[in-house]
Design a protein around this ligand. Sequence first.
Ligand code: XCC
Ligand code: SF4
Length: 616
Amino acid sequence: MVKEVRDRSIDPASREMLAVAARAGLETAWDRFEKQQPQCGFGELGLCCRNCNMGPCRIDPFGEGPEKGVCGATADIIVARNLLRTIAAGAAAHSDHARDVAQTFLHVSKGMAQSYQIKDKAKMERLMKEYGVESQIALAEAIMAEFGRQEGPIQFTRRAPNQRLELWQKLGIEPRGIDREIVEIMHRTHMGVDNDYVNLILQGLRASLADGWGGSMIATELQDVLFGTPAPTMSEANLGVLEEESVNVIVHGHEPLLSEMIVAAASEPELIEMAKKLGATGINVAGICCTGNEVLTRHGVPVAGNFLQQELAVATGAVDAMIVDVQCVFPALGALSSCYHTKFISTSPKAKFPGATHMEFHEETAYETARSIVRAAVENYSNRVPSKVHIPEIKSKCMVGFSVEAIVGALGGTLDPLLGAIKSGAVRGIGAVVGCNNPKVQHDYGHVNLVKELIKNNVLVVTTGCNAQACAKAGLLTPEAADLAGDGLKGVCKALGVPPVLHMGSCVDISRILVAAAAIANALGVDISDLPAAGAAPEWMSEKAVAIGAYVVSSGVYTVLGTVPPVLGSKAVASLLTQGAKDVVGASFAVEPDPFKAALLMIDHIDAKRNKLGLI
Ligand code: XCC
Ligand code: SF4
């Protein structure tokens, strides 16, 4: 049965475009999701294995069919191995992104990547101190070495509280080099290697820590060095940021190495002049997914939408170029773009798509390539079919750019006012709400309702990724949104002039949340797991989200998932993740699809931690 448009999304702009797409007979992720029903039960439970060619094997969850694979692997082993491979893929995605940024930073240090500069020198100098090196090149080399480090911990893990570090050491999960941990997952999940689900999961946690305190943190830090550390900025979000009279260029994907250059090229007078000659008023860049967050938080570039809106943006008929790099890009965009004049441009040698024009992007010639891409977009403006253009007149204002540095700045240079507010109870605790969209959940419903419920209960929310974009669209990222918060949080936000929901960046920037959590824990002299804080991913879908969930929990933060991970085929694994983990890493997962109930779980957890700290 085809769901009504209103059941698919709570976002009015998306509803409007879903109706437009339906009238035009276009297929979207929601339609394809329905065609997949019922989805494979073995897959949902994590019970199928194709790690060798004696298989594929699957375990009967009802205990009537096979209980073991051909090799003898049980449900526990298969579920754990599958989970580990998911973590490996997610950690690899973040970390390979980080590697590209680190490589660019290295080349900038050697004067080889002319399009890029150092934008935050002070931050670079802080990093040099942290690494104990004297030069920019030495810093770049030391960071590059983190990927292949065979022994010894990754430097940024030293930012964690001592109690946390000791715990990781005791458990044997202090991460070594990023590549090493990911390779070790692939080895240990190969047929006939690690067949102890607890031992397997510990390696999953170790690799995830190499992502959170390694790959993701490296990406964040070096992106700040190269492109500037975000500071509070106003912008707008939702499909209504597209402009009927302008050349609309969308950047979608994850790496600011590309989107930064596109933003710069789009402001070049010569290209703007060219657009004007073709009858446009100018060039309008807008973002989708995390590369959108990167240029939003650094330059105030508006956001066209989050993950599930990528097709809806094309369906406006007003996108002259959809420029993508890596991650979260639907291969469906090729066929869809061909129904419009939209030029779908892939840029990464790692990510090609059917139906895309490939304009490969290399750091040595970054700006020139960005220029030709923007030029192609401008030229394409004249191919627009006015009768096919439909832009919903819906957008919201948002205040973004809350890096840790910016938060400390807003607090007057120290965390003390925030600590004071937490101690007094004005701020009951901190909720980190992050993650994707997923057609299993009504679009943005989980995000917006969970966040609203938390702020109503005086929980200060920090957000990244597609949740941040959902919040932006729902108007929750404005100082005025403080009126939706409980009295305590409202007072704090009004005094500081900040929103009750702080946009901290893209998904790799969840590392900023780790840094903030570590700083707060250190200031209070406790472990991260003692903080009145909780995390949530109400609509998560990607493997990256699983890696994130794993490192957040391993760092000591209780985390509520809104969609069910494929682990229920093993009672042992499921209970280790939701119960046992508490005794191991001091935090665990919970699964709660209802955002109102999820908020209650988080608030109960926060209250319990407050009690333990002796705060009322
Ligand atoms: Fe992708 Fe980062 Fe998920 Fe959004 S939140 S759908 S991973 S863009 Ni990362
Ligand atoms: Fe089957 Fe074992 Fe091979 Fe997996 S590793 S496919 S369970 S025989």
